[in-house]
Design a protein around this ligand. Structure first.
Ligand code: B12
Ligand code: SF4
Length: 479
């Protein structure tokens, strides 16, 4: 089963699969309006690249399928059978995060069974963040032929053109793992040379429909975009730097893509999924200026994530004029001691300034806090809660700290034996937000209590005090 599978021809059929989210299993009251869902940007982009090069790429989006099939996993498994039977792919490329460990395993098993019945043997490749941080689990435990490490915008063409897999940079098999540890797919230098994602490859309306959960997109439909790759910071809890070096699209490319998404898919909203759009403020400023020059702000609103230390009043005003209607900040903590341990390179003064500025400008924002960080004490946690009580942000996210595979924290906790490396459930726990282990310097029952108090404060007490005030500010600004 684990030989060195090769491709049959130079023109390939490649089936990209996104596994389902286990949170959606058995959930039968599908309510699109209240769900925050993101379309699989990565495989839509990779499939677009393959099709543009003359190959045939399709996408089986099981995240969407499980939701519309009201949580019935067995129906998704039948979808896999049908996709294999109808398409006879040469390659099956599965993209997943670490939390999808068990779903990816089921996908592989089902693809193999369906293929055996048809007497075909597509090669199975794992890609995405989990394959990047743990290629060995992909080939040793999940049953993939290959694990691809890093970005595949360049390599995907070699893969579909039938180049011998083990000569492709970043592609690892069981046998090459030890030899090639540390290699990564070649990264594309000029992001502007990439095509715009062809959203018609998936049920884009499922993702773009208006959604209250997607904040200011309660009235407008929205799709996702990315401003660049990589991050200039190195926060200890973040897995992002495992993937990418820092690069950005040009401002012209981004505005062209916004226009394309609006024109082609009829959406009036864009969510920039980058962890922060503030890493290149020159591009951000230029993008706003071009939007204004083209009058696009009359047709589109957008929201984005950014760091508190990456904004100032003039920039916020410009972003607002250019159609930005919401910003999400990972403040994480308002204890300088914890921010320093996190290597956040952000000060409590920047946090305070940021919240004050948003209130002054009535620019809606979300304050996302990370509770339970290793080393956090009751005093630290209370400083974060005081921050929320003081500024009363119009939207608040309370998150339970979980070490992410690929982050410096995760490696440290593994080396200290805190995380059991042999237990596959560990991958799953990444998604168990609000119900995970307590890593803080606070006894677990006490932390649970403080976490619940924080949730009450964030989701009931503060919104009851400020809801209407901010809500009317947002609704007046929608196009
Ligand atoms: C947008 C985003 C989301 C979106 C959804 C994204 C989606 N549908 O794909 C939302 C907000 C829903 C989300 C949620 C979560 N996310 Co998130 N998310 C991101 C973020 C910020 C951007 C991802 C992205 O679009 N990148 C751009 C694309 C182009 O890059 P890419 O996906 O890496 O794809 C490239 C390569 O990986 C490769 N590739 C990808 N697939 C394949 C497949 C094959 C076969 C091949 C060969 C190559 C290949 O080629 C691609 C192009 O170069 C990343 C951090 C980051 N900046 O990457 C975190 C990140 C991926 N998320 C993370 C996590 C932990 C989560 C959550 C589990 C958080 C939580 N606890 O709830 C949830 C779970 C989501 C779920 N599915 O259930 C972690 C993952 C860590 C890990 N080891 O798994 C990351 C790295 C963030 C971090 N701070 O560390 N997330
Ligand atoms: S948390 Fe955000 S700012 Fe920090 S390294 Fe990750 S992407 Fe960069």
């Amino acid at each position: 089963m684990f030989g060195t599978p090769m491709l049959r021809s130079n023109r390939s059929r490649i089936l990209f699969i996104q596994p389902w989210n286990y949170h959606d299993e058995d959930v039968c009251d599908y309510n699109a309006e209240h769900a925050w869902r993101n379309a699989p940007y990565n495989i839509v982009l990779l499939a677009t690249i393959c099709n543009k090069a003359g190959h045939e790429a399709r996408i089986l989006d099981l995240q969407r399928n499980l939701v519309v099939r009201l949580g019935q996993v067995n129906k998704c498994l039948v979808d896999i059978d049908e996709a294999i039977e109808n398409f006879h792919p040469d390659i099956v490329a599965v993209s997943f995060f670490s939390i999808h460990y068990f779903e990816a395993k089921q996908v592989v098993e089902r693809v193999r069974q369906a293929s055996e019945r048809l007497r075909i043997s597509p090669i199975l490749i794992a890609g995405g963040i989990h394959a990047t941080v743990s290629p060995e689990t992909c080939v040793n435990e999940l049953g993939f032929d290959y694990a691809f490490v890093g970005e595949a915008d360049m390599a995907i063409i070699d893969i579909v053109e039938g180049k011998s897999p083990l000569t492709i940079q970043g592609m690892l098999s069981r046998s090459s793992l030890a030899l090639c540890r540390g290699t990564k797919g070649e990264q594309i230098r000029e992001l502007d040379t990439l095509p715009f994602p062809d959203w018609s490859l998936i049920d884009h309306k499922f993702y773009s429909q208006p959604s209250y959960a997607r904040l200011v997109f309660a009235k407008t439909g929205s799709l996702d975009m990315i401003m660049g790759r990589g991050c200039v910071y190195e926060c200890s809890f973040c897995a992002y730097n495992a993937l990418s070096a820092v690069r950005f699209y040009s401002a012209e490319y981004l505005v062209d893509q916004m226009e394309y998404v609006h024109r082609t898919y009829g959406v009036n909203g864009i969510y920039f999924t980058d962890s922060t759009v503030g890493n290149n403020r020159k591009v951000l400023r230029l993008m706003c200026e071009i939007i204004l020059r083209r009058g696009l702000e009359k047709k589109l609103i957008w929201l984005a994530n950014i760091r508190p230390n990456q904004i100032n009043e003039e920039q916020l005003k410009l972003m607002w004029r250019a159609g930005c209607r919401f910003l999400l900040y990972g403040f994480e903590s308002n204890s300088q001691r914890i921010l320093d341990i996190m290597k956040k390179k952000c000060s409590v003064e920047a946090n305070e300034r940021c919240a004050e500025l948003h209130t002054k400008l009535m620019f809606p924002y979300c304050a996302s806090m990370l509770l339970g960080y290793p080393g956090e004490t009751e005093i630290d946690l209370n400083l974060s809660m005081d921050f929320l009580r003081k500024h009363k942000p119009p939207s608040i996210g309370i998150n339970w700290y979980v070490p992410l595979p690929g982050s410096p924290d995760y490696d440290k906790l593994r080396s200290e034996g805190v995380i059991n490396t042999d237990d596959p459930e560990e991958w799953r726990r990444i998604g168990e937000v609000n119900n995970a282990r307590c890593y803080a310097d606070i006894a677990a029952p006490r932390f649970r209590q403080m976490f619940d108090d924080a949730c009450r404060l964030a989701y009931s007490d503060i919104p009851n005090q400020v809801g209407e005030h901010w809500r009317s500010a947002v609704s007046q600004m929608l196009p």
